[in-house]
Design a protein around this ligand. Sequence first.
Ligand SMILES: Cc1ncc(COP(=O)(O)O)c(C=O)c1O
Length: 387
Amino acid sequence: MDKLIYLDNGATSFPKPEEVYAFMDSFHRSNGVSPGRSGCDLSIETGTVIEEARLALTGYFNGTDPDRLVFALNSTDGLNLVISGLLSPGDHVITTNVEHNAVLRPLHHQALYNGVEVDHVPFDGSGFVNPEDFIPLFKENTRLVVVNHASNVIGTVQPIREIGRICREHGVTFLVDASQTAGKIPVDMVENNIDVVAFTGHKSLLGPTGIGGFYVREGVDIRHTRAGGTGVKSAQLHHLEEYPYRMEYGTPNIVGIAGLLAGFRWIKCRGMEDIHAHEMALTRLFVQGLQDIEGVTLYCQDDLANHISVVSFNVDGFEASNVGTIIDGEYNIVCRTGLQCAPFVHKQLGTDTIHGTVRMGFGPFNTKEHIRVAVDAVREIAGTYGK
Ligand SMILES: Cc1ncc(COP(=O)(O)O)c(C=O)c1O
Protein backbone atom coordinates (compact mmCIF):
# COMPACT_ATOMS: atom_id res chain seq x y z
CA MET A 1 0.00 0.00 0.00
CA ASP A 2 1.09 3.59 -0.65
CA LYS A 3 2.77 5.54 2.12
CA LEU A 4 0.38 6.97 4.69
CA ILE A 5 -0.78 10.54 4.08
CA TYR A 6 -1.74 12.31 7.27
CA LEU A 7 -4.46 14.95 6.73
CA ASP A 8 -5.87 15.14 10.25
CA ASN A 9 -3.84 18.09 11.48
CA GLY A 10 -7.06 19.67 12.80
CA ALA A 11 -7.08 16.94 15.46
CA THR A 12 -3.38 17.00 16.18
CA SER A 13 -0.31 17.88 14.14
CA PHE A 14 1.66 14.90 12.91
CA PRO A 15 4.50 14.33 12.50
CA LYS A 16 6.21 16.83 14.77
CA PRO A 17 9.41 18.54 13.70
CA GLU A 18 12.46 16.34 14.32
CA GLU A 19 13.73 19.03 16.69
CA VAL A 20 10.73 18.42 18.98
CA TYR A 21 11.42 14.70 19.30
CA ALA A 22 15.15 15.31 19.77
CA PHE A 23 14.76 18.01 22.43
CA MET A 24 12.16 16.04 24.40
CA ASP A 25 14.46 13.04 24.41
CA SER A 26 17.63 14.89 25.39
CA PHE A 27 15.83 17.06 27.94
CA HIS A 28 14.18 14.06 29.58
CA ARG A 29 17.49 12.23 29.79
CA SER A 30 19.54 15.15 31.10
CA ASN A 31 16.97 17.19 33.08
CA GLY A 32 14.07 14.90 33.91
CA VAL A 33 13.69 16.08 37.50
CA SER A 34 11.10 18.11 39.39
CA PRO A 35 11.59 21.85 38.96
CA GLY A 36 11.64 24.18 41.94
CA ARG A 37 11.59 21.37 44.51
CA SER A 38 15.22 21.66 45.43
CA GLY A 39 18.11 23.97 44.85
CA CYS A 40 20.18 21.48 42.88
CA ASP A 41 21.52 22.50 39.48
CA LEU A 42 19.38 20.00 37.59
CA SER A 43 16.20 21.23 39.19
CA ILE A 44 17.16 24.84 38.48
CA GLU A 45 17.93 24.03 34.84
CA THR A 46 14.56 22.30 34.46
CA GLY A 47 12.91 25.38 35.89
CA THR A 48 14.79 27.50 33.36
CA VAL A 49 13.28 25.62 30.41
CA ILE A 50 9.80 26.02 31.89
CA GLU A 51 10.39 29.73 32.39
CA GLU A 52 11.68 30.04 28.82
CA ALA A 53 8.49 28.38 27.54
CA ARG A 54 6.35 30.72 29.66
CA LEU A 55 8.26 33.71 28.34
CA ALA A 56 8.01 32.58 24.70
CA LEU A 57 4.24 32.05 24.86
CA THR A 58 3.69 35.24 26.84
CA GLY A 59 5.49 37.13 24.06
CA TYR A 60 3.44 35.37 21.40
CA PHE A 61 0.14 36.35 23.08
CA ASN A 62 1.52 39.85 23.74
CA GLY A 63 1.13 39.41 27.47
CA THR A 64 3.35 41.23 29.93
CA ASP A 65 3.95 38.84 32.82
CA PRO A 66 5.20 35.28 32.13
CA ASP A 67 3.87 34.23 35.55
CA ARG A 68 0.35 34.69 34.21
CA LEU A 69 1.02 32.06 31.56
CA VAL A 70 -0.44 28.95 33.17
CA PHE A 71 0.30 25.42 32.03
CA ALA A 72 -2.45 22.80 32.07
CA LEU A 73 -3.05 19.43 30.41
CA ASN A 74 -4.48 20.88 27.19
CA SER A 75 -6.96 23.56 26.22
CA THR A 76 -9.95 21.54 27.48
CA ASP A 77 -8.35 21.40 30.92
CA GLY A 78 -7.44 25.09 30.77
CA LEU A 79 -10.92 26.12 29.61
CA ASN A 80 -12.48 24.10 32.44
CA LEU A 81 -10.27 25.82 35.02
CA VAL A 82 -11.02 29.26 33.60
CA ILE A 83 -14.77 28.79 33.11
CA SER A 84 -15.38 27.23 36.53
CA GLY A 85 -13.12 29.80 38.20
CA LEU A 86 -14.82 32.79 36.61
CA LEU A 87 -18.49 31.94 36.86
CA SER A 88 -20.81 32.06 39.86
CA PRO A 89 -24.40 30.83 40.21
CA GLY A 90 -26.82 33.02 38.27
CA ASP A 91 -24.23 34.43 35.86
CA HIS A 92 -24.94 34.81 32.16
CA VAL A 93 -22.55 33.80 29.37
CA ILE A 94 -22.55 34.60 25.65
CA THR A 95 -20.86 32.16 23.32
CA THR A 96 -21.26 30.97 19.72
CA ASN A 97 -22.44 28.05 17.64
CA VAL A 98 -18.87 27.60 16.38
CA GLU A 99 -17.60 26.29 19.72
CA HIS A 100 -15.94 22.97 20.40
CA ASN A 101 -17.21 20.76 23.21
CA ALA A 102 -14.17 21.96 25.21
CA VAL A 103 -16.26 25.13 25.71
CA LEU A 104 -19.83 23.84 25.24
CA ARG A 105 -19.60 21.10 27.86
CA PRO A 106 -18.06 23.16 30.69
CA LEU A 107 -20.74 25.79 30.00
CA HIS A 108 -23.47 23.14 29.97
CA HIS A 109 -22.09 21.84 33.26
CA GLN A 110 -22.34 25.35 34.72
CA ALA A 111 -25.90 25.69 33.40
CA LEU A 112 -26.90 22.35 34.91
CA TYR A 113 -25.28 22.64 38.34
CA ASN A 114 -24.91 26.38 38.91
CA GLY A 115 -27.90 27.89 37.14
CA VAL A 116 -25.66 29.74 34.68
CA GLU A 117 -27.55 31.01 31.62
CA VAL A 118 -25.90 30.57 28.22
CA ASP A 119 -26.75 32.25 24.90
CA HIS A 120 -25.30 31.07 21.58
CA VAL A 121 -24.64 33.43 18.66
CA PRO A 122 -25.15 31.71 15.28
CA PHE A 123 -22.76 32.10 12.32
CA ASP A 124 -23.67 33.31 8.85
CA GLY A 125 -23.71 31.31 5.61
CA SER A 126 -19.95 31.75 5.25
CA GLY A 127 -19.21 30.54 8.78
CA PHE A 128 -18.56 33.85 10.57
CA VAL A 129 -20.33 35.29 13.60
CA ASN A 130 -21.38 38.94 13.38
CA PRO A 131 -20.03 40.98 16.34
CA GLU A 132 -23.17 43.13 16.24
CA ASP A 133 -25.21 40.04 17.14
CA PHE A 134 -23.57 39.95 20.56
CA ILE A 135 -24.73 43.44 21.54
CA PRO A 136 -28.45 42.78 22.22
CA LEU A 137 -27.55 39.71 24.28
CA PHE A 138 -25.65 41.56 27.02
CA LYS A 139 -27.53 41.64 30.33
CA GLU A 140 -26.81 42.93 33.79
CA ASN A 141 -25.58 39.49 34.89
CA THR A 142 -23.41 38.83 31.79
CA ARG A 143 -20.06 37.77 33.23
CA LEU A 144 -18.30 36.16 30.31
CA VAL A 145 -18.08 35.97 26.51
CA VAL A 146 -16.35 32.88 25.07
CA VAL A 147 -15.41 32.73 21.39
CA ASN A 148 -13.63 30.13 19.30
CA HIS A 149 -10.87 31.87 17.34
CA ALA A 150 -10.96 29.36 14.46
CA SER A 151 -13.36 26.54 13.84
CA ASN A 152 -12.05 22.98 13.86
CA VAL A 153 -14.86 22.03 11.43
CA ILE A 154 -15.10 24.79 8.83
CA GLY A 155 -11.82 26.64 9.45
CA THR A 156 -13.31 30.13 9.71
CA VAL A 157 -11.40 32.69 11.81
CA GLN A 158 -13.84 34.77 13.86
CA PRO A 159 -13.67 38.58 14.10
CA ILE A 160 -12.30 38.61 17.64
CA ARG A 161 -11.01 42.17 17.44
CA GLU A 162 -14.54 43.59 17.08
CA ILE A 163 -15.98 41.17 19.63
CA GLY A 164 -13.18 42.04 22.08
CA ARG A 165 -13.90 45.74 21.68
CA ILE A 166 -17.59 45.19 22.39
CA CYS A 167 -16.78 43.09 25.49
CA ARG A 168 -14.43 45.76 26.82
CA GLU A 169 -17.13 48.43 26.27
CA HIS A 170 -19.57 46.29 28.28
CA GLY A 171 -16.99 45.51 30.98
CA VAL A 172 -17.37 41.76 30.39
CA THR A 173 -14.51 39.22 30.47
CA PHE A 174 -13.54 37.98 27.01
CA LEU A 175 -12.19 34.42 26.77
CA VAL A 176 -10.82 33.15 23.45
CA ASP A 177 -10.34 29.50 22.58
CA ALA A 178 -7.22 29.63 20.42
CA SER A 179 -6.79 25.85 20.23
CA GLN A 180 -6.71 25.86 16.44
CA THR A 181 -4.88 29.15 15.93
CA ALA A 182 -2.10 29.33 18.55
CA GLY A 183 1.13 28.86 16.58
CA LYS A 184 -0.62 29.37 13.21
CA ILE A 185 -1.64 33.03 13.13
CA PRO A 186 -1.11 35.95 15.54
CA VAL A 187 -3.21 35.91 18.72
CA ASP A 188 -2.60 39.33 20.23
CA MET A 189 -4.37 39.87 23.56
CA VAL A 190 -3.86 43.65 23.55
CA GLU A 191 -5.04 44.30 19.99
CA ASN A 192 -8.07 42.08 20.48
CA ASN A 193 -8.95 43.08 24.07
CA ILE A 194 -8.68 39.44 25.13
CA ASP A 195 -8.80 38.83 28.88
CA VAL A 196 -7.98 35.13 28.85
CA VAL A 197 -6.72 33.02 25.97
CA ALA A 198 -6.60 29.20 26.04
CA PHE A 199 -4.19 27.17 23.90
CA THR A 200 -3.25 23.56 23.34
CA GLY A 201 0.29 22.39 22.65
CA HIS A 202 -0.25 19.51 20.25
CA LYS A 203 -1.93 21.21 17.29
CA SER A 204 -0.39 24.22 15.54
CA LEU A 205 2.23 24.76 18.25
CA LEU A 206 3.66 21.41 17.09
CA GLY A 207 4.35 20.10 20.58
CA PRO A 208 3.27 16.79 22.13
CA THR A 209 -0.12 15.92 23.60
CA GLY A 210 -0.73 16.49 27.31
CA ILE A 211 0.35 20.11 27.44
CA GLY A 212 -1.60 23.34 26.97
CA GLY A 213 -2.84 26.15 29.14
CA PHE A 214 -3.92 29.77 29.14
CA TYR A 215 -2.76 33.33 29.72
CA VAL A 216 -4.67 35.56 32.15
CA ARG A 217 -4.43 39.31 31.61
CA GLU A 218 -3.44 41.44 34.60
CA GLY A 219 -6.56 42.67 36.40
CA VAL A 220 -8.54 39.49 35.67
CA ASP A 221 -8.68 37.12 38.58
CA ILE A 222 -9.86 33.56 38.44
CA ARG A 223 -10.76 31.54 41.53
CA HIS A 224 -8.79 28.34 41.93
CA THR A 225 -11.17 25.43 41.87
CA ARG A 226 -8.47 22.87 42.61
CA ALA A 227 -5.75 22.93 45.24
CA GLY A 228 -2.53 21.27 46.19
CA GLY A 229 0.98 20.44 45.17
CA THR A 230 3.35 22.94 43.53
CA GLY A 231 6.26 22.34 45.95
CA VAL A 232 6.27 26.03 46.89
CA LYS A 233 5.63 27.42 50.43
CA SER A 234 5.01 23.91 51.77
CA ALA A 235 4.17 25.07 55.30
CA GLN A 236 1.11 26.90 54.01
CA LEU A 237 -2.12 24.85 53.87
CA HIS A 238 -4.09 27.33 51.80
CA HIS A 239 -3.39 27.00 48.08
CA LEU A 240 -1.16 29.72 46.68
CA GLU A 241 -2.88 32.87 45.43
CA GLU A 242 -0.12 34.01 43.11
CA TYR A 243 0.15 33.06 39.43
CA PRO A 244 1.11 30.69 37.96
CA TYR A 245 0.83 28.44 41.05
CA ARG A 246 -2.70 29.69 41.68
CA MET A 247 -3.86 27.67 38.68
CA GLU A 248 -1.18 24.96 38.44
CA TYR A 249 -1.39 21.80 40.53
CA GLY A 250 1.28 19.22 41.21
CA THR A 251 4.42 18.34 39.28
CA PRO A 252 4.21 19.87 35.80
CA ASN A 253 4.56 18.00 32.52
CA ILE A 254 8.18 19.06 32.07
CA VAL A 255 8.83 16.90 29.00
CA GLY A 256 5.63 18.21 27.42
CA ILE A 257 6.67 21.79 28.15
CA ALA A 258 10.11 21.11 26.66
CA GLY A 259 8.45 19.71 23.50
CA LEU A 260 6.13 22.69 23.31
CA LEU A 261 9.11 25.04 23.57
CA ALA A 262 10.92 23.14 20.82
CA GLY A 263 7.82 23.34 18.61
CA PHE A 264 7.54 27.06 19.24
CA ARG A 265 11.23 27.60 18.44
CA TRP A 266 10.82 25.63 15.19
CA ILE A 267 7.85 27.81 14.16
CA LYS A 268 9.84 30.97 14.93
CA CYS A 269 12.75 29.71 12.92
CA ARG A 270 10.64 28.71 9.87
CA GLY A 271 8.41 31.76 10.15
CA MET A 272 4.80 31.43 11.27
CA GLU A 273 3.56 33.47 8.31
CA ASP A 274 5.39 31.28 5.82
CA ILE A 275 4.02 28.09 7.37
CA HIS A 276 0.49 29.48 7.30
CA ALA A 277 0.92 30.63 3.68
CA HIS A 278 2.08 27.11 2.73
CA GLU A 279 -0.90 25.51 4.48
CA MET A 280 -3.36 27.94 2.89
CA ALA A 281 -1.90 27.35 -0.58
CA LEU A 282 -2.58 23.63 -0.05
CA THR A 283 -6.07 24.43 1.25
CA ARG A 284 -6.84 26.48 -1.88
CA LEU A 285 -5.61 23.67 -4.09
CA PHE A 286 -7.76 21.14 -2.25
CA VAL A 287 -10.89 23.32 -2.28
CA GLN A 288 -10.45 24.10 -6.00
CA GLY A 289 -10.01 20.39 -6.70
CA LEU A 290 -13.17 19.48 -4.80
CA GLN A 291 -15.20 22.29 -6.35
CA ASP A 292 -14.74 20.59 -9.73
CA ILE A 293 -16.16 17.27 -8.56
CA GLU A 294 -19.86 16.66 -9.07
CA GLY A 295 -21.65 15.46 -5.94
CA VAL A 296 -19.23 17.06 -3.47
CA THR A 297 -20.55 19.66 -1.02
CA LEU A 298 -18.05 21.95 0.68
CA TYR A 299 -19.04 23.82 3.84
CA CYS A 300 -18.16 27.52 4.28
CA GLN A 301 -15.15 27.42 1.96
CA ASP A 302 -16.23 30.09 -0.56
CA ASP A 303 -13.81 32.78 0.63
CA LEU A 304 -10.60 31.51 2.19
CA ALA A 305 -9.38 34.96 3.28
CA ASN A 306 -10.07 34.50 6.99
CA HIS A 307 -9.50 30.81 7.23
CA ILE A 308 -7.12 28.23 8.58
CA SER A 309 -6.23 25.02 6.76
CA VAL A 310 -9.29 22.99 7.81
CA VAL A 311 -11.89 21.89 5.25
CA SER A 312 -15.19 20.01 5.70
CA PHE A 313 -17.11 18.31 2.91
CA ASN A 314 -19.52 15.51 2.06
CA VAL A 315 -19.97 13.28 -0.96
CA ASP A 316 -23.55 12.73 -2.20
CA GLY A 317 -24.85 9.29 -1.41
CA PHE A 318 -22.22 8.54 1.22
CA GLU A 319 -22.19 8.79 4.98
CA ALA A 320 -19.18 10.85 6.03
CA SER A 321 -17.85 7.90 8.01
CA ASN A 322 -18.00 5.67 4.91
CA VAL A 323 -15.95 8.17 2.93
CA GLY A 324 -13.46 8.19 5.82
CA THR A 325 -13.28 4.41 5.85
CA ILE A 326 -12.69 4.19 2.09
CA ILE A 327 -10.13 6.99 2.16
CA ASP A 328 -8.28 5.26 4.97
CA GLY A 329 -8.59 1.67 3.68
CA GLU A 330 -8.14 2.23 -0.05
CA TYR A 331 -5.96 5.33 -0.20
CA ASN A 332 -4.11 5.25 3.13
CA ILE A 333 -5.15 8.82 3.93
CA VAL A 334 -5.93 9.79 7.54
CA CYS A 335 -8.77 12.26 8.04
CA ARG A 336 -11.60 12.78 10.54
CA THR A 337 -15.32 12.22 10.08
CA GLY A 338 -18.44 12.85 12.17
CA LEU A 339 -19.29 15.84 14.34
CA GLN A 340 -15.67 16.67 15.28
CA CYS A 341 -16.74 17.60 18.87
CA ALA A 342 -18.59 20.65 17.58
CA PRO A 343 -22.27 19.61 17.53
CA PHE A 344 -23.74 23.11 17.12
CA VAL A 345 -21.74 23.75 13.94
CA HIS A 346 -23.32 20.67 12.41
CA LYS A 347 -26.76 21.52 13.76
CA GLN A 348 -26.57 24.89 12.05
CA LEU A 349 -25.16 23.45 8.81
CA GLY A 350 -27.83 20.73 8.88
CA THR A 351 -25.12 18.08 8.74
CA ASP A 352 -26.07 16.68 12.16
CA THR A 353 -28.82 14.66 10.52
CA ILE A 354 -26.35 13.01 8.12
CA HIS A 355 -23.76 12.27 10.84
CA GLY A 356 -21.44 15.18 10.15
CA THR A 357 -18.79 15.75 7.53
CA VAL A 358 -15.42 14.55 6.30
CA ARG A 359 -12.73 16.91 7.60
CA MET A 360 -9.22 17.36 6.34
CA GLY A 361 -6.60 19.58 7.96
CA PHE A 362 -3.27 20.43 6.34
CA GLY A 363 -0.04 20.95 8.24
CA PRO A 364 3.51 22.16 7.61
CA PHE A 365 4.68 18.77 6.36
CA ASN A 366 1.94 18.23 3.79
CA THR A 367 2.77 18.67 0.12
CA LYS A 368 1.01 19.40 -3.18
CA GLU A 369 1.37 15.71 -3.97
CA HIS A 370 -0.66 14.83 -0.85
CA ILE A 371 -3.39 17.17 -2.04
CA ARG A 372 -3.36 15.68 -5.53
CA VAL A 373 -3.77 12.16 -4.10
CA ALA A 374 -6.57 13.30 -1.75
CA VAL A 375 -8.50 15.12 -4.51
CA ASP A 376 -8.15 12.10 -6.82
CA ALA A 377 -9.41 9.85 -4.02
CA VAL A 378 -12.52 12.01 -3.46
CA ARG A 379 -13.11 12.15 -7.25
CA GLU A 380 -12.95 8.37 -7.52
CA ILE A 381 -15.26 7.89 -4.53
CA ALA A 382 -17.79 10.42 -5.89
CA GLY A 383 -17.59 8.75 -9.34
CA THR A 384 -18.18 5.29 -7.89
CA TYR A 385 -21.62 6.12 -6.56
CA GLY A 386 -24.44 5.36 -8.98
CA LYS A 387 -22.30 3.34 -11.33
C1 LIG B 1 -11.45 24.65 18.66
C2 LIG B 1 -10.99 23.62 19.63
N1 LIG B 1 -11.11 23.87 20.93
C3 LIG B 1 -10.68 22.98 21.85
C4 LIG B 1 -10.12 21.78 21.47
C5 LIG B 1 -9.66 20.84 22.53
O1 LIG B 1 -8.28 20.62 22.44
P1 LIG B 1 -7.58 19.59 23.46
O2 LIG B 1 -8.18 18.25 23.13
O3 LIG B 1 -6.16 19.64 23.16
O4 LIG B 1 -7.95 20.02 24.82
C6 LIG B 1 -10.00 21.48 20.13
C7 LIG B 1 -9.44 20.18 19.68
O5 LIG B 1 -9.87 19.60 18.70
C8 LIG B 1 -10.42 22.43 19.17
O6 LIG B 1 -10.32 22.20 17.87
